[in-house]
Ligand binder design. Structure first.
Ligand code: JHZ
Ligand code: SAH
Ligand code: ZN
Length: 406
C-alpha cells in the first residue's frame, strides 16, 4: 500500500498493517453492531519528511460527533496535568493587557475552565456537542466547529490574534494538518505560541505500544517531522519536551519563524531520534514484528488462564482497547466484561469484539482472578484505587512493553 504524504506530497509506504479494525471510540450500543464500520489499519512513514501517518482517512464527522465518548477529565492525574498547563500559560504567556487563548479540541473544558476562572479571554474550538456542553457548564466559551484555516481566519477577524494556541491529543488527529498549521500561522500573534502535545513516536516504538494506532491518530508525530512541517508554513519548532502522560507524549512549542530563540532541547531530541532510527522504514517494520509477538503472547496467556478456569476481566476501556482486542481476537468468551469509569461508555460494547463495558463497581463487587489492564498508561492511579484487588490475591496483566503479570 502506498499513499501521497498529507504534508509534503512524498510517498508513504505502509509498514505496519494491523488488519481490519472498527473505530477506536465507536463503543456501539448492544443491538447497534449489525453494520459496524471497518477500515484497514495501515501506518507508514513519508520517505521525504518522515511524517508517520495512517494510510486510510476516516471522515472527521464520523469520528467526532454529538456522542463522542472520551472525557478529558476522566483521570485525576490528567485533571492536574491540564490545570498545570493552564496555570503555566497564565503565568508566562497570558500576561499582557488583554490576552487571548484558543484551544483546539477543548473537549469537556478541563484546561480552559482554569483560564476562564482567571477572567482571561479564551475560545475552545470543539465540534463534539456533548463534551462542548460539559465545558460550557464550566464557564468556557466554545465554537462548535472543526478547526482549519477558515476557522482561524474567522476567529482572528472576530477576536484578534491569539497569544496562546493549545491542543492536546487532537492535532495528530486532524488529517488536514497542513490547513491547521496554515491556520495557526494566521491566527497567532507575532509574540504568540502554538503548544500541542501528542503521543510520541519515540515512546510508541520504544514500548511497542501498537494500541495507540487507531482511526483517530491520523499521525504519530516525531520532533523531526514536526520541525519540517512547521517550516513549510512559516512556523518554527522552538521547544519540545517529553512527558509521561499517555505513556509518552511530546509537547511541541511552535512560534512564528524567527520570533523566539530555539531551545537546545530540540537539537538534543533530533540526535536521539536519529540514534533510535525513527526516520527509517526498517524501524517501523521491526515494530510491526514486535507487535505480532505481543499479540501472540497475550492471546496465548489469556487462552491458557481461561482454560485453567481463571476468571479474567478487563480494566479500562480506552480507545486503545479496540485495537488490541480486535488485533488479538479477544472477545467476551475470554473477557466477559471490561469496567470503565466514563458514564458515556458504560452499557456500550467495545467495537468489533463486543466486550461489554460496565461501571467499576462491577469489578469491585466481584473481584476476578486476573485483571487485564487496557488503560495501562493509568496504571499507577488505577492500581492505587483498586489496592484491595491485589491485596486479595488478584493479579494484573499488562502487555506494554511486553506481556507480563504483576
Ligand atoms: P485514556 C485518549 O485515548 C483519547 P484513550 C484520544 N483519542 C487520544 O488521542 C488519546 O487519549 C491520546 C478509564 N479509567 O486516557 C477512563 C477508568 O476506568 O488512556 C478512560 O475511558 N478508571 C483523544 O481512550 C480510560 O480508562 C480510572 O481510574 O486511549 C483511559 O483512557 C482511570 C484513571 C481511567 O485514553
Ligand atoms: N484535549 C483533550 C481531548 C482530546 S479528545 C485531551 O487531551 O484529553 C480529541 C478532541 O478533539 C475531541 O473532543 C474532538 O471532538 C476534538 N476534535 C477533533 N477534531 C477537531 C478539529 N478539527 N478541531 C477541533 N477539535 C477537534
Ligand atoms: Zn511528507
Amino acid at each position: 500500500m502506498h499513499n501521497p504524504c498529507r504534508i509534503c506530497g512524498g510517498t508513504v509506504k505502509g509498514s505496519i498493517d494491523l488488519g481490519r479494525h472498527p473505530r477506536g471510540n465507536a463503543f456501539p450500543r448492544p443491538g447497534e453492531t449489525a453494520d459496524e464500520f471497518f477500515y484497514r489499519l495501515v501506518v507508514g512513514m513519508c520517505d521525504v519528511c518522515t511524517m508517520v501517518q495512517l494510510l486510510e482517512d476516516i471522515p472527521q464527522e464520523v469520528r467526532y460527533h454529538d456522542e463522542y465518548p472520551y472525557h478529558a477529565s476522566g483521570s485525576a492525574i490528567h485533571r492536574r496535568h491540564f490545570e498545570e498547563i493552564a496555570q503555566g500559560f497564565l503565568d508566562t504567556e497570558l500576561t499582557g493587557p488583554d490576552p487571548f487563548a484558543v484551544e483546539i479540541g477543548s473537549n469537556d473544558g478541563v484546561m480552559l475552565a482554569r483560564i476562564a476562572r482567571a477572567g482571561v479571554r479564551h475560545l475552545g474550538v470543539e465540534p463534539s456537542r456533548q463534551v462542548a456542553e460539559m465545558s460550557r457548564a464550566k464557564g468556557v466559551r466554545v465554537l462548535p466547529e472543526f478547526f482549519d484555516e477558515g476557522t482561524a481566519e474567522r476567529i482572528r477577524a472576530e477576536h484578534g490574534p491569539a497569544d496562546v494556541m493549545f491542543g492536546a491529543n487532537v492535532i495528530a488527529h486532524i488529517s488536514h494538518l497542513a490547513s491547521v498549521l496554515r491556520g495557526a500561522a494566521l491566527l497567532l500573534a507575532r509574540t504568540g505560541v502554538f503548544v500541542f502535545e501528542e503521543p510520541y513516536l519515540g515512546s510508541v516504538v520504544e514500548k511497542t505500544a501498537f494500541d495507540i494506532l487507531y482511526d483517530e491518530h491520523s499521525f504519530v508525530f516525531s520532533v523531526r517531522a514536526i520541525q519540517a512541517a512547521a517550516e513549510r508554513f512559516g512556523l518554527e519548532l522552538v521547544d519540545a519536551r517529553l512527558m509521561e502522560i499517555h505513556g509518552g507524549s511530546m509537547r511541541y512549542t511552535l512560534a512564528p519563524a524567527g520570533a523566539r530563540p530555539v531551545s537546545p532541547r530540540v537539537g538534543e531530541l533530533l540526535e536521539k531520534e536519529a540514534a533510535q532510527g525513527l526516520g527509517e522504514h526498517a524501524t517501523l517494520e521491526e515494530f510491526a514484528r514486535r507487535a505480532r509477538t505481543v499479540r501472540d503472547d497475550l492471546t496465548a496467556l489469556v487462552r491458557d488462564l481461561h482454560a485453567q478456569g481463571k476468571r479474567i476481566v478487563g480494566y479500562g476501556a480506552p480507545a486503545k482497547i479496540t485495537t488490541v482486542t480486535n488485533y488479538c481476537g479477544i472477545g467476551p468468551d475470554l473477557i466477559p466484561f471490561v469496567c470503565d469509569s466514563t458514564p458515556s461508555k458504560q452499557g456500550r460494547l467495545v467495537a468489533g469484539t463486543h466486550i461489554p463495558v460496565r461501571a467499576p463497581e462491577a469489578f469491585s463487587a466481584d473481584h476476578p482472578d486476573y485483571a487485564l489492564l487496557f488503560a495501562w498508561n493509568h496504571a499507577e492511579e488505577i492500581m492505587a484505587k483498586e489496592r484491595e484487588f491485589a491485596e486479595r490475591g488478584g493479579r494484573w496483566i499488562l502487555y506494554v512493553p511486553d506481556v507480563h503479570i504483576v
